[in-house]
Write a protein that binds this ligand. Structure first.
Ligand SMILES: [Zn+2]
Length: 272
């Protein structure tokens, strides 16, 4: 309920705020020289999800996220953007540190790459497939809560529990710095879903919202992309194929550039 009110406030207040003296924290001057943090989900002892269901072969989410993240970094650099990766090897980075890395580099955007997994209790879990993009807010649906819990579970691999203390949602609701970016984050998520829709074989599951710990500490527009279901054999084949990974990376990079250009144009129009 609180989240819904905040969201409504953000959508209503954002255009007015841009035209007033209360300027947003970070005003892009052009889409070039922007810094994007590319975050490969999981790593090290945290394998993330494993799949696919009923297959003789096995995939680990942490490997796919790293492969796609590296290709995304290349694609973004080819488009003139600066890129910082939270990890480039098979290592564990605390969820709270991933956002901190982005803040330290004064990044403009934060993009986290993940692979989805079906709930084993579903009627036909192996059949679930498709791609979805999340931005940070209170989870609205049971399905969004499932993905939120799954991705936040990575915190159990972290030895420094003090860093992850407290309810992340309370933190979000008290943190206007992140709330300022709700609208931008949901727009970036929209562009990513549109571009992925052109190349993904599975259905678009849409733009969703959830309280991901990895996004909480990033003080900038931030999204988490579930590029497919590793539990589904067809999706698993798609997201592990290097050529298809390159297409996924290219689509997310195109969406990022389009978002930055769109954001830039809107600022240009609304600034007196
Ligand atoms: Zn994940």
């Amino acid at each position: 309920m609180i989240a819904a009110v905040l969201l409504a406030f953000q959508v209503a207040a954002a255009p007015a705020m841009q035209g007033s003296d209360a300027a947003p924290v970070r005003l892009p001057s052009s889409s070039a020289h922007r810094t994007v943090v590319v975050d490969a989900g999981h790593g090290g002892p945290d394998n993330g999800m494993t799949g696919p269901i009923g297959a003789r072969w096995k995939i680990y989410e942490k490997n796919i996220t790293l492969q796609v993240a590296k290709k995304l970094a290349t694609a973004l650099r080819q488009r003139g953007l600066r890129v910082v990766m939270t990890r480039t090897t098979d290592t564990l980075i605390a969820l709270s540190d991933r956002g901190r890395i982005a803040n330290d580099h004064h990044a403009d955007l934060f993009v986290s790459i993940h692979v989805n997994a079906a709930n084993p209790a579903w009627k036909d879990p192996g059949a679930a497939r498709g791609f979805e993009t999340y931005f940070l807010a209170e989870a609205k649906t049971e399905d969004a809560k499932r993905v939120e819990q799954m991705e936040n579970a990575s915190v159990r691999f972290e030895t420094d529990v003090s860093a992850s203390k407290g309810d992340p949602l309370n933190f979000i609701m008290n943190d206007m710095a992140q709330n300022e970016h709700l609208r931008e984050s949901s727009e970036l998520a929209d562009f990513i879903q549109q571009h992925l829709g052109a190349i993904e074989p599975g259905p678009s599951r849409g733009v969703k919202q959830a309280g991901f710990r990895v996004l909480v500490t990033a003080y900038m527009p931030a999204v988490l992309v579930e590029i497919g279901f590793g539990t589904n054999p067809a999706d698993a084949r798609f997201i592990t194929n290097p050529a298809r990974q390159k297409e996924i990376a290219g689509s997310i990079a195109d969406a990022t550039v389009e978002y930055l250009d769109h954001y830039q144009r809107r600022l240009g129009v609304s600034t007196p």
